[in-house]
Design a protein around this ligand. Structure first.
Ligand code: XIL
Length: 511
């Protein structure tokens, strides 16, 4: 990264004394029912009120008071990686750092994300291990901390760089076998380290009766598209994996290391991509956030703050986006310090809030209401954040849609009209369509949008709606949480397809 060589603008600020920070213990479980409560003054309290966690990556030598004051979730930055804790036969060693972090989290009412079980990098003594050895390690690690770990990253960074949409071609993925040669590892006769590791992890969680949820985590998967508007094939590949193995996968981490790599920018379809994963029934987390100041012309003032606002808002607008974790406390202590991508400056326990901090706090304090604000009452039963409910057994199909967040109006409104407009992101051979449904002069309770696709065009994925088919005349019907739209207000759904979709004329019918 060349940023450190540049002349950088420096933000002048007044350091705030640490004493003004408010300790809010147990805030993770707090849900507010008050209509207009005073703004919260810490990230964790504001997030808890909105129904999500706000976490930080941490190390044992940096457990300063700010960790428990500002954050209610902790991810060991390095102390639970196989190169720290795994022996070559899948046993555990050197768990002292991890134990310190778990204990600190417990005494500060923080959730823990275990990071990470199966990864090509920082594999240490497990490098080159067989699936059987990986399974041994998975069992030992999950059992050591049990339900003290709310989320485990079971598989990390399985997909190749450069937007190919392929699995990595290095261990552990070299164990994979595509038996029928159809280009995926999803068939009964195939070998897939992702599937087999999740199956093992799920067995261990169930046998132990733990509340732990099992996540897959990756980077450059945040947007539906990449720079220039082409499809994000890495995100699509992750989506296929989660959809196929949904019975073993409870959560998805979008690492969210945003920078000026063409595949790592912040795109306007971040929310739509979070939504399509949420529509599979999994929780979505922005699990390792940092935002390179290159994305704000080296401005770590208002420019970077706006980028943080966009990212946090995209999560808040999707009820099953249940947590955001920043990858460190301060710029100088970050793994990418030259990018100045975090919420604080300073170091060694003495930190100063950046403009980005204030933007995040402000956005969290606005809660999950979508913009522009509507007159719809706020949800009174947001999804629980802790402790997670007992994970259903793999044989039981999980719900495929998130719980409703918009309570129905108390008196049924009259049936009324709606309209729909479509915007397209096309590339040779494919497209993403975003459809905006707008209620007429009366509120609507549900909607169906009919679209006639040209011959040769096929829908390959839909989010925030249910599609009746894949080609020809296709009807898209609202899902549970976006059917009710107030007069003059809008909601969006999307679909992706192969072929061309120019000249679509969506027809909206309200109920
Ligand atoms: C990074 C740590 O922050 C560094 O301290 C370490 O040297 C390398 O790993 N994706 C991940 C994290 O999943 O584990 C990585 O953490 C950052 C990228």
């Amino acid at each position: 990264m060349t940023g450190s060589l540049r002349q950088r603008k420096r933000l002048t600020r007044t350091a705030l004394p640490a004493a003004v920070l408010l300790v809010v213990s147990g805030a993770v479980a707090v849900q507010s029912t008050a209509p207009a409560a005073a703004a919260e003054t810490t990230l964790r309290a504001a997030a808890a009120k909105a129904g999500l966690f706000f976490g930080v990556a941490a190390s044992p030598n940096r457990l300063y008071p700010i960790v428990g004051q500002e954050f209610n979730q902790l991810t060991p930055e390095n102390d639970m990686k196989p190169d720290r804790i795994a022996t070559s036969s899948g046993g555990l060693q050197n768990t002292g750092g991890a134990d310190t972090l778990v204990n600190h989290a417990q005494s500060n009412n923080m959730l823990v994300r275990g990071h990470t079980l199966v990864w090509h990098s920082q594999a240490g003594a497990l490098q080159g291990a067989s699936q059987a050895t990986l399974n041994t390690f998975i069992g030992n690690a999950i059992n050591r901390w049990g339900s003290k770990i709310a989320y485990w990253d079971v598989v990390n960074e399985a997909l190749e760089d450069n937007n190919t949409g392929r699995r990595r071609n290095q261990w552990p993925h070299t164990m994979n076998r595509d038996a029928n040669g159809d280009g995926d590892y999803f068939d009964a006769g195939d070998t897939d380290v992702i599937r087999d590791s999740f199956i093992r992890a799920k067995q261990v969680v169930q046998a132990g009766g733990y509340s732990t949820k099992l996540c897959i985590n990756d980077y450059d998967v945040e947007g539906l598209t990449v720079q220039g508007g082409g499809p994000n094939r890495k995100a699509n590949a992750l989506y296929d994996i989660v959809r196929t193995y949904r019975q073993y996968i409870d959560c998805v981490g979008f690492q969210s290391h945003f920078n000026d790599n063409p595949n790592s920018i912040i795109t306007n379809d971040l929310q739509a991509n979070i939504q399509r994963f949420a529509d599979l029934g999994v929780e979505v987390h922005l699990s390792e956030v940092d935002i390179d100041d290159d994305l704000s012309n080296n401005d770590i003032g208002a420019g970077q703050a706006e980028n943080y606002r966009k990212v946090v808002r995209a999560c808040l607008n999707v009820p099953k986006c249940t947590g955001i974790t920043v990858w460190g406390i301060s710029d100088s202590e970050s793994w990418r310090s030259s990018e100045r991508g975090l919420l604080f400056t300073g170091g060694n326990g003495n930190y100063q809030k950046k403009a980005a901090y204030h933007a995040v706090l402000d956005e969290l304090n606005k809660g999950r209401t979508t913009t522009p604000p509507t007159t719809t009452p706020p949800p009174t039963t947001p999804p629980p954040t802790t402790p997670p409910p007992t994970t259903p057994p793999p044989t039981t199909p999980p719900p495929t849609t998130p719980p409703p967040t918009t309570p129905p109006p108390t008196t049924p409104p009259p049936a009324a009209g709606c309209s729909a407009t479509v915007s397209l992101n096309s590339w040779p051979g494919g497209f993403v369509a975003t459809v905006r449904v707008t209620a007429g002069t009366s509120p609507i309770r549900g909607w169906t949008v009919q679209v006639t696709l040209p011959a040769g065009t096929t829908v390959t994925g839909t989010w925030s709606a249910t599609a009746s088919g894949a080609s020809g005349s296709v009807q898209f019907t609202n899902v549970s949480y976006n059917g009710a739209v107030n007069a003059g207000q809008s909601t969006e759904f999307g679909f992706q397809g192969t072929g061309t979709a120019t000249g679509l004329t969506p027809v909206c019918t309200a109920s």
